[in-house]
Design a binder for this molecule. Structure first.
Ligand code: F6P
Length: 548
């Protein structure tokens, strides 16, 4: 099912045309000039709400730029599209599905209909069951097959069934039960499973197998390895599976077939995309780790942003502004990538999480109507926690030849007693954004007495745009807030680009080919290979190295 063509192509919209001209005018304008010209820049380009301070002032935009981007949002129908999502319309056109991750955090009394059915009670029924299960594991009431208390929780899943809980568990470590060890296994490489289970007692270990489809090779293979590991410890007694495995899936038949009792299954729905799912039952391992109350707090953080995006005028709408800035750099100033730089050890997995969120959502080449786009879509997201990244790749951002907009994410209140280290950490956020924006000129270097021959090498031109998001504190609530901001940022971009941000057909091709090649790699005798010569030779060589 495809959407009808819009009345006007994106690149023909008046705001798009205006932005193209404006980008030419802005090409050589520096952040230093922008700050010098506008004394109210910081006041008007920053927001203090939702438990965070969002500073957009160090972006290469003027008030005119923002006005044009907001016009573009209006002409592209952004507000209508946001409403359509919240109303349960099937905005995932290629799969003919509603897109309702916002229902996962809706208030218990809310009503959100999909095909005439209010899904909110279903969501809360699962949340309540998750809470009961999490409480049982945390209190020791849920025991293993031999009656031992559960000490280890292993989440098996990949992509959206891994990155969210993995990222959030690390983020909320200070809120977690430290007597429980929580591990994540995603890779088809058996090494990850072996390392995660090394030294663990199967009698004290529970596996949470997460797969929306229950078709994913990596997850089902690792779940099989886990089942073998458990059964080996209990002399093949399959009754142990019920005490050591629970499933999170939309596919009850698949779960049953695998041997997991569907009483131990936590469902979700086809209107939740994998990369938008960790506040569904996919977050079960997180809930076990941090407890139901903290999970509920996290949902409240998501919900606050949902209300914000829906009710706040676009010119004060933080995730919308984040998305529009991305469009500005991506489509008008020629940036290809965006760095996400969390200054928090706890937020170490954020770049990987946002990578899937953005790149799987907006890595698309056709419009909703199926027409080839003639403009850039999803950008490359990358990054690492500061300050580590500073000693690795920041050199290229400071003095390389590429435009790289960066999001700096900091936390005002430290979570450890090492307050001085926290001061130093945050000082680095401020120093980096200042250096990236304003650089160091020849004159400044000369005045500071730099040797003449070194001056060209030492000049930092600056003008690298940054956004700083400073959370008041890191908590379940602020984590929910942060993630929801990026979810709606990605939606904003996708609406402007007129693409389906909620399918992921591209990933399917690799999955299909991997299945065929897995058979060829393991086949007895020489299989007839019908690939290109490069691929066939790789297969032959690998088979040879394995004595096949
Ligand atoms: O990578 C493709 C993908 O379909 C992701 O969108 C998804 O999050 C992941 O695989 C895992 O899928 P599942 O939860 O169905 O196992």
């Amino acid at each position: 099912m495809m959407a009808p063509k819009p009345a006007r192509a994106l690149t023909e919209l008046p705001a798009w045309r205006e932005l193209e001209q404006h980008a030419r005018d802005m090409k050589d304008v520096t952040l230093r000039e922008l700050f010098d010209e506008d004394p109210f820049r910081v006041r008007d380009f920053s927001f203090d709400e939702l438990g965070l301070y969002a500073d957009f002032a160090k972006n290469r935009v003027t008030r005119d730029t923002m006005r044009m981007l907001l016009d573009l949002a209006e002409q592209a129908g952004l507000s209508e599209r946001i409403e359509a999502m919240f109303a349960g319309d099937k905005i995932n056109v290629s799969e003919d599905r509603a897109v309702l991750h916002v229902a996962l955090r809706a208030d218990r009394n809310a009503t959100i209909d999909v095909d005439g059915h209010n899904v909110v009670p279903d969501v809360h029924e699962v949340l309540d069951r998750m809470a009961a299960f999490a409480d049982k594991v945390r209190s020791g009431e849920w025991t293993g097959h031999t009656g031992k208390r559960i000490r280890n929780v292993i989440n098996i899943g990949i992509g959206g069934s891994d990155l969210g809980p993995r990222m959030a568990y690390q983020a909320l470590l200070p809120f977690s039960d430290r007597d429980l060890r929580v591990e994540f296994v995603s890779n088809i490489d058996g090494a990850e499973f072996v390392e995660a289970t090394r030294g663990l007692d199967p009698a004290e270990t529970i596996f949470i197998v997460c797969s929306k489809s229950w078709h994913t090779l990596e997850t089902l293979t690792n779940a099989g390895a886990a089942r073998d590991w458990v059964l080996a410890a209990f002399n093949g007694d399959t009754a142990a599976v019920a005490r050591h495995f629970v499933a999170v899936s939309t596919n009850a038949d698949g779960v049953r077939e695998f041997g997991i009792d569907t009483d131990n299954m936590f469902g979700f729905w086809d209107w939740v995309g994998g990369r938008y799912s960790f506040d569904s039952a996919v977050g079960l391992s997180l809930m076990v780790a941090v407890g139901p109350d903290n999970f509920t707090e996290m949902l409240a953080g998501f919900r606050a942003v949902d209300e914000h995006v829906r009710k706040t005028k676009l010119d004060r709408n933080i995730p919308v502004l984040m998305g529009l800035l991305s469009v500005w750099y991506n489509n008008f100033l020629g940036a290809q990538t965006q760095a996400v730089l969390p200054y928090s050890h706890y937020l170490a997995h954020l770049p990987a999480y946002f990578q899937q969120l953005e790149m799987e959502s907006n890595g698309k080449h056709v419009t909703l109507a199926g027409d080839q786009v003639d403009y850039q879509t999803g950008q490359i997201i990358w990054g690492q926690p500061g300050t580590n990244g500073q000693h690795a790749f920041y050199q290229l951002i400071h003095q390389g030849t590429k435009l790289i907009p960066c999001d700096f994410i900091g936390v005002a209140k430290p979570l450890s007693d090492l307050e001085h280290q926290h001061d130093l950490l945050i000082a680095n956020v401020f120093a980096q954004t200042e250096a990236l924006a304003f650089g160091r000129s020849e004159k400044e270097l000369r005045d500071a007495g730099s040797p003449e021959a070194q001056i060209p090498h030492r000049v930092c031109k600056g003008n690298q745009p940054t956004t700083t998001l400073m959370l008041d504190q890191l908590s379940p609530r602020s984590l929910g807030t942060l993630i929801a901001l990026y979810e709606h940022k990605v939606l904003t971009e996708g609406v402007i680009w007129g693409i389906d941000s909620f399918d992921q057909w591209g990933v399917e091709l690799g999955k299909i080919l991997a299945g065929t090649i897995a058979d060829e790699v393991t086949a007895d005798g020489a299989p007839s290979l019908k690939h290109d010569e490069s691929t066939s030779e790789l297969i032959r060589r690998y088979r040879k190295s394995r004595g096949r």
